[in-house]
Ligand binder design. Structure first.
Ligand code: PLP
Length: 360
């Protein structure tokens, strides 16, 4: 078996134990005589899968009883519309623009109401998180929106914004379950599963109960109304069943690893290996302001596009895959999600060091 170290930003590396267990259950899920892919989403077996997945997620994060967990489809991008459709009662919302995904969410919200950009780091190519301690929050804002970890630019809100009492909505696609979080600080937290949790096709939204309501914007499609999904326990229609099954296995894996505190410690150690190397390197440099660095996505450059391309090609040949930066920014990016072992980051740093010696 030749597994590579996969630094993809998403879909991304999953724990080998999870993949192996799923493979062992592929033809006969626990005596059912069929794969989870083949079973009715109304079956007892699938009912247990989704209930256990939710219970494990609740336990992992410590989700309070007054929050609902929805397993949805349409990716995080669909929530860019669902958020304003469900929450924009006053048709006003404030957005902090920290990268391409926040911008897309902002653009989508503008379709439905007066979405206002109240802070941005676009002036410096999104290489930092703007000061959000004293934002000019609109008095009638229905919510304040952030993209908590910026997958493309490699920045992370290490302190949540002061929303002046407004509900915080956060896209956590690329930092979901990477560290402990206090859900009570959020009105809505959502993210696509395909980075830190499972396969593409599942988006998980954790929503405070009072924000799940009937009086959504007129014309909201039934499927985009959170209440539809909440009332049906995420089974209003056929859910992304196999994806939810894999997410459930990842939740169990995370519990076995020691939960989110243990993951945070591991993620800090892995990220430190890479950032410490970058900080002393004479060839490579990180592109993000130090205090805003993400633990999950680490962009870096040499400053020479040809050398960057050579690095990407040579690292691929060495079994280090998907290190090319996002097409909009170039350079390199190493995504080091929960399932990336420390040995993978060590192999990357060793390879970078070798490359640096060969090119200096
Ligand atoms: N938000 C963030 C932070 C992302 O990184 C991505 C995808 O990479 C998205 C949203 C879009 O997710 P999806 O492709 O599931 O719509």
């Amino acid at each position: 078996m030749a597994r590579v170290y996969n630094f993809s930003a998403g879909p991304a590396v999953l724990p080998e134990e999870v993949l192996a267990e799923a493979a062992s259950e592929m033809l006969d899920y626990r005596g059912c005589g069929m794969s989870v892919m083949e079973m009715s989403h109304r079956s007892k077996a699938f009912g247990e899968i989704i209930e256990n997945a939710e219970a494990d997620l609740r336990e992992l994060i410590g989700i309070p009883d007054n929050y609902r967990v929805l397993f949805l489809q349409g990716g995080a991008s669909q929530q860019f519309a669902a958020v304003p459709l469900n929450l924009m009662k006053n048709r006003v919302a404030d957005y902090v623009i920290t990268g391409a995904w926040a911008k897309k969410a902002f653009k989508e919200a503008k379709i439905y109401g007066d979405a206002r950009a109240i802070a941005s780091s676009e002036d410096e190519t999104f290489s930092y998180i703007p000061d959000c301690s004293d934002l000019d929050v609109s008095a009638d804002a229905d919510y304040v929106y952030i993209c908590e970890n910026n997958t493309i630019y490699g920045t992370k809100f290490h302190t949540l914004p002061n929303t002046k009492g407004k509900d915080l909505v956060a896209d956590v696609s690329s930092c979901f379950l990477s560290e402990p979080v206090d859900i009570a600080k959020y009105g809505v937290m959502y993210g696509g599963a395909q980075k830190n949790i499972g396969p593409a096709g599942v988006v998980i939204s954790i929503i405070r109960e009072d924000l799940i309501r009937d009086d959504v914007l007129e014309g909201t499609p039934t499927m985009l109304k959170w209440k539809t999904q909440a009332d049906a326990d995420s089974l209003y229609n056929t859910p992304p069943a196999y994806g939810i099954y894999i997410c459930g296995k990842v939740f169990k894996w995370l519990k076995d690893q020691g939960g989110l505190e243990a993951m945070q410690q591991r993620n800090q150690e892995k990220a430190a290996l890479l950032y410490d190397y970058l900080d002393q390197s004479k060839l490579f440099r990180g592109t993000v302001r130090k205090e805003d660095r993400s633990l999950m996505n680490v962009p870096f450059v040499t400053g020479d596009a040809d050398l960057d391309a050579a690095f990407v090609a040579e690292s691929k040949a060495a079994g280090l895959e998907n290190l090319k930066g996002h097409r909009s920014v170039g350079g390199m990016r190493a995504s080091i999600y929960n399932a990336m072992p420390k040995a993978g980051v060590e192999a990357l740093v060793a390879f970078m060091d070798k490359f640096e010696q060969a090119h200096s």
